[in-house]
Design a protein around this ligand. Structure first.
Ligand code: FNR
Length: 183
């Protein structure tokens, strides 16, 4: 069976991250030929162009993980109406050196959960801007701006049935998108 390896990039380093919880829950909503791997971005140094010629091990590992994938899934919080710095740092690392971006052409989905009313909408919009520049074909619809309400996750970290139905619809579109555009 052909498998699709999906690099999952969570934009939060927090131990109890809601977005990581969402990423974990979503991995179980995909078909069996989709293999999700969360990429560690917490040990990356701050991006410094001087280091392009001598990338550190975490940077080499990040680029290898992204290059080995057939699709990308970004699950990110919103920080101050944009994406968290740790996520931008990871994106910048894997985009360089010039001409050797790991992101190019990988089909992607963008989703996020927030305690705020707009449910990461602005962070996602900023992320789409970056991904467009990096030539990453990103699923446009449906959009999923998830506002965390009481009972969204149950005690086992599973999404409640009503919300799960919506996220499953998103996942089905994402899976079709990756199948269409994966190279
Ligand atoms: C936030 N939070 C937040 N929420 C939001 O909806 N819009 C925002 O602009 C911000 N800004 C922001 C900045 C910073 C520095 C922090 C630490 C937090 C709140 C955010 O949604 C909440 O902390 C989430 O729980 C973060 O996601 P994780 O870490 O749970 O995945």
């Amino acid at each position: 069976m052909h498998q699709y390896h999906i690099a999952v990039i969570v934009g939060s380093l927090r131990e109890a991250s809601l977005n990581r919880k969402l990423a974990d829950a979503m991995a179980e909503m995909a078909p069996l030929d989709f293999i999700f791997k969360q990429i560690n971005i917490g040990d990356l140094p701050l991006y410094n162009q001087d280091a392009d010629a001598h990338p550190s091990e975490p940077v080499k590992r990040l680029k290898a993980d992204i290059k080995a994938s057939q699709g990308l899934l970004f699950v990110t919080p919103e920080y101050n109406r944009s994406i968290p710095g740790v996520l931008k740092n990871a994106i910048d690392h894997a985009s360089r050196p010039y001409g050797d971006s790991a992101w190019q052409g990988k089909p992607a989905g963008v989703i996020g959960v927030s305690i705020g009313a707009i449910g990461t909408a602005l962070a996602q919009q900023h992320l789409r801007n970056i991904l467009a520049y990096l030539d990453v074909p990103t699923l446009g619809q449906p959009e999923a701006f998830i506002h965390l309400i009481e009972g969204f996750f149950d005690e086992d970290g599973k999404v409640n049935p009503g919300s799960k139905k919506f996220i499953q619809t998103w996942m089905d579109s994402y899976v079709a998108w990756v199948r269409t555009y994966a190279v």
